[in-house]
Design a protein around this ligand. Structure first.
Ligand code: SF4
Ligand code: SF4
Length: 101
């Protein structure tokens, strides 16, 4: 089962995760990233890296985020791969504070 990005990433997009992924399965839009479930090898390297705890193994995905399985699959196939670190979005620190992290 693949790993999944949740909307904790929304308005953060710190992109620490993408530089730790060995198979380049992250895709990004202007607000967050998504994991391609067909490419993810379930190594879990990205999970502890995310400063806003946005990434889950789908086996551990809370029910509140179940819809993210479809969102990650659909959006990742429409967006370019991101494998290099980008500056966090200007809203990243306020979003992290909003999440209590
Ligand atoms: S490290 Fe977390 S917040 Fe940053 S892009 Fe990855 S999932 Fe989003
Ligand atoms: S679990 Fe591994 S392969 Fe999957 S997105 Fe995270 S770092 Fe990439």
């Amino acid at each position: 089962m693949p790993h999944v990005v949740t909307d904790n990433c929304q308005r953060c997009r710190f992109t620490d995760c993408v530089t730790h992924c060995p198979v380049q399965c992250f895709h990004a839009d202007d607000e967050r990233v998504y994991i391609d479930p067909e490419v993810c090898i379930d190594c879990s390297a990205c999970v502890p890296i995310c400063p806003v705890q946005a990434i889950y193994d789908s086996l551990d995905l809370p029910d509140a985020y179940a819809h993210e399985l479809v969102i990650n699959a659909q959006r990742s196939h429409l967006l370019p791969v991101i494998s290099a670190h980008l500056p966090p979005l200007p809203t990243a620190e306020s979003r992290r504070a909003e999440l209590g992290l």
